[in-house]
Design a protein around this ligand. Structure first.
Ligand SMILES: Cc1cc2nc3c(=O)[nH]c(=O)nc-3n(C[C@H](O)[C@H](O)[C@H](O)COP(=O)(O)OP(=O)(O)OC[C@H]3O[C@@H](n4cnc5c(N)ncnc54)[C@H](O)[C@@H]3O)c2cc1C
Length: 429
């Protein structure tokens, strides 16, 4: 059940912690025992794909990998109940076997259900919410080990209060997701001049079921990706083409960092020559990509109408002051929701993500980008790098204090509160 006195690190290597123990309870009884007896602070872990120190603790890391797999499903309602430790890749396979599908997905399927819900993980689509908007039921053990179950039909307010969990309301053991019947997607990709993309940005996001813009630094062009449902079938499978493109951008950055005009010319010409691409495949194969190159990331969720202005400023920032950046800037949209700790609370959102090579220090670039995002009313992705603390968050989330009261009721002894979580949420040690 436990490994003692060990180090823990996240996917990118930006967070490392010396912990007293990493505990892997096999069932609910062992989890209850852990919550009641293991050294504090307790932090739940999923796949460790967050860039912020959400999991870091000097106490106990609790891994719910044993709480994975299908628990039940309802064909009529198109719902499925799964363990919170289930990885998204495993979930997509389970759902495909039931004829069900997730309405949307982010870039990868390595995260766990519990981890995705904790940080408001999302894909793109102005008519599509983040994963937590699919919640019909949440089951967890609270800070004293008591079982709690919230049903959307009975306890809607509690689901909205705790659905973006941050791992501070308890240890999530199972959830029921509202799914949709399985479907196929047509993915179109084209390279377009930047001015054209910025002029048509809001229409692009509104017209397609899901649209993403990847602005390539120094290219004066952006890759547009749109996903729309189709009755056609296709057998698209993930390729490593995106990783190969990234390797080329890194090489050009390394040799031409101080020759921006030449870099612009070479990348711009190469981009303009890329031909359009169209593929069809099953939903889960189209959404997900392979992310091999390690990076650190900051993503801010802005009021939708701020999107193209913020993107323009970020592009100028990179090209004038941070020529080391070679990762594309990723722009998505997300539908408004009612979850108290959701960055999409009460507003349709344009999400802009900046990435930095994990082997290099991102601090100066991320600070400068964050100033732009904050000036435009952005809220940070909970799992991606940012420098906000409780007073900033309370000012930006209308129901932040209400959510903290619910947290206090569910974890009165602050078992799940590490020093980082205390600073983030304004909880006295
Ligand atoms: C390569 C890469 C691609 C990404 N793509 C996207 C994307 O497309 N969209 C997006 O929004 N984000 C994306 N992310 C961010 C990622 O989805 C989030 O950081 C997510 O939280 C990671 O899930 P995890 O299972 O690794 O959780 P961890 O990082 O291990 O934990 C995150 C939080 O979840 C809590 N937690 C985990 N399990 C439980 C549980 N059972 N009960 C209660 N709390 C729990 C932890 O305590 C912690 O607070 C990406 C990250 C990487 C590294």
């Amino acid at each position: 059940m436990a490994g003692e006195g060990v180090s823990w690190r996240n996917w990118s290597g930006s967070v490392e912690a010396e912990v007293q123990a990493i505990v892997r309870p096999a069932d609910e009884e062992q989890l209850r025992e852990t919550i009641q007896q293991a050294p504090s602070p307790l932090r739940l872990v999923g796949s460790g794909h967050s860039f912020t120190p959400l999991v870091a603790t000097s106490g106990t890391v609790v891994d719910l990998a044993a709480f994975s797999g299908l628990i039940g499903h309802d064909d009529v309602q198109t719902t499925a109940t799964v363990g919170a430790g289930t990885k998204l890749g495993q979930l997509t396979e389970l759902l495909a076997g039931l004829g069900q599908a997730l309405p949307n997905m982010g870039d990868i399927d390595k995260q766990t259900v519990g981890g995705a819900l904790a940080t408001a993980t999302h894909g793109s689509g102005l008519g599509l919410g983040a994963y937590h908007t699919q919640l019909r039921m949440m089951r967890f053990l609270d800070g004293r080990g008591a079982e709690r179950e919230f049903l959307v039909d009975r306890d809607q307010e509690m689901i909205e209060a705790t659905g973006v969990t941050l791992g501070v309301f308890g240890a999530l053991t199972a959830v029921t997701f509202q799914n949709v019947p399985r479907y196929n997607l047509r993915r179109k990709r084209s390279m377009q001049p930047l001015g054209q993309v910025l002029d048509n940005f809001e229409t692009l996001m509104a017209v397609h079921r899901s649209a993403e813009v990847f602005f390539v630094p120094f290219a004066r062009h952006a890759l547009i990706q749109t996903l729309d449902m189709t009755e056609e079938s296709g057998d698209f499978h993930m390729t490593s083409e995106d990783e190969a493109g990234l390797a080329t951008l890194k090489m050009l950055r390394t040799y031409l960092k101080w020759l921006p005009s030449l870099r612009r010319l070479l990348i711009g010409n190469a981009m303009a020559k890329l031909s359009d691409e169209e593929v069809v495949g099953e939903w889960m194969k189209i959404y997900v990509s392979d992310r091999q190159t390690k990076f650190n990331e900051m993503e801010y969720h802005l009021p939708f109408e701020e999107g193209s202005g913020a993107l323009t400023e970020i592009i100028t920032l990179i090209e004038k002051h941070f020529p080391q950046v070679y990762f594309p800037v990723e722009v998505r949209s997300v539908q408004a929701d009612k979850f108290w700790l959701s960055p999409f609370y009460s507003r349709d959102t344009c999400s802009i993500a900046v990435h930095h090579d994990a082997a290099e220090d991102p601090t100066a670039f991320f600070r400068a980008a964050e100033a732009i995002f904050r000036r435009r009313g952005g809220r940070p992705h909970w799992g991606k790098m940012h420098n906000l603390t409780a007073s900033d968050l309370a000012a930006s989330y209308p129901r932040f204090r209400d959510a903290m009261e619910v947290r206090r009721d569910l974890d009165p002894d602050n078992r799940f509160i590490s020093p980082y979580m205390a600073r983030l949420l304004g909880i006295a040690p």
